[in-house]
Structure formats: C-alpha cells, structure tokens
Design a protein around this ligand. Structure first.
Ligand SMILES: [Zn+2]
Length: 130
C-alpha cells in the first residue's frame, strides 16, 4: 500500500517530479496539502507546476513550487491564483495540528516551534520528560 506521500506523486506525477518534492510534514496536514494540490491542478491545466519542497519551518507549512516553461514564476498568468492557494493552505496549517489535524496553534516542544493541538503538545512534553 502506498503511503499518503507516495499517493500524491502517483496522483500528480508532474507536480511531484522526484522524491525530494514530497511533503516532509506530519500526517495532520495531509488534508490541507491534498486540497492545495487539487486546487492547483484545477488551475494548472497543462501540468506545469513543479513542487520543489514541502516542509515545516518554525512551526509553519512551507510549500515551494516553480512553473515549468517560465523564467520568472511571478510573470506567469497562473501565479496570482497559485500564490493565493498556497498562502491559504499555509495559513490553515498554522491553525491545524501537524500531528493529528485537529485545531491547533503555536506550540514549543523542547525549544522547537510546532503547530499542535493541546493533546499532542502535552504528549510531546511527556515524551520529552521521560
Ligand atoms: Zn494534535
């Protein structure tokens, strides 16, 4: 069985051209990323969007992409819409627990910024304390 990340590259082979483009984030953000990909695909009729990296940084989701065939992505007619999709997804992730997908917020786990719900944040602290 494919895991959710492999499933993304299966569903969107051109959007995720290689293994490194696959999300390096917790499963709690899976629905957000899947929705972003679906919205991007709806605009990107010629499959020109290439994901470069999807990761967590300072507790937030970062979704980096480029557009095939243009020198400057911001010059592409799709840019504005794509940028809105990505910004909305990143914003939603900042309120969603990265571990379980429940509503969450900024949390600090052993000095690391994460976006977690109360339960997951508490569990992380307990794990650290052991
Ligand atoms: Zn959680």
């Amino acid at each position: 069985m494919k895991d959710w990340k492999e499933q993304l590259s299966y569903n969107y082979p051109l959007m995720f051209p290689n293994h490194w483009a696959l999300p390096a984030v917790g499963i709690g953000w899976r629905p957000i990323i899947e929705a972003m990909c679906k919205d991007i695909a709806a605009i990107d009729k010629d499959s020109r969007v290439r994901v470069l990296q999807v990761k967590e940084k300072f507790g937030g989701l970062r979704f980096y992409f480029t557009i095939d065939g243009v020198k400057t992505v911001t010059d592409d007619p799709m840019w504005k819409s794509l940028n809105e999709i990505v910004a909305a997804g990143e914003d939603l992730a900042s309120k969603t627990c990265e571990y379980c997908g429940k509503p969450g917020g900024p949390s600090s786990v052993g000095g690391w910024a994460k976006t977690l719900c109360e339960t997951c944040a508490t569990n992380q602290l307990k794990r650290r304390a052991r």
